[in-house]
Design a protein. Sequence first.
Length: 120
Amino acid sequence: MSTTTALHPIVAELFAAINAHDEDAIVATFAADAFVNDVHREFWCADAIRRWVAKEIVGDNVTVEVTEVIDHYGETIVRGRYDGEYDKTDLPDELILTHYFTVRDGKIVSLIVIHNTAAF
């Protein structure tokens, strides 16, 4: 595992689009047949990803502050501090989610978002 400070360009575009609440720009970072697994829910293909983005990212005014970037055998792992107008019931005051990206041909083909807990 190596910690880096530079995001893959398409991943940087994704986070910039999220923070700008730009639905079209967010969806444009994904391949047409990509999938997202957001906290154990799967969204396959651009149409499903757009619905997820519209409701839960743009609709909830989510912002993400990147706190860590890791390159792991060519895969990108990003930890980010979340804020927005989503239901924060039972969530920690500082919500950090981990994003596991697979990028091919300049597009995100898979994204897994998890709220990890500390290991023992």
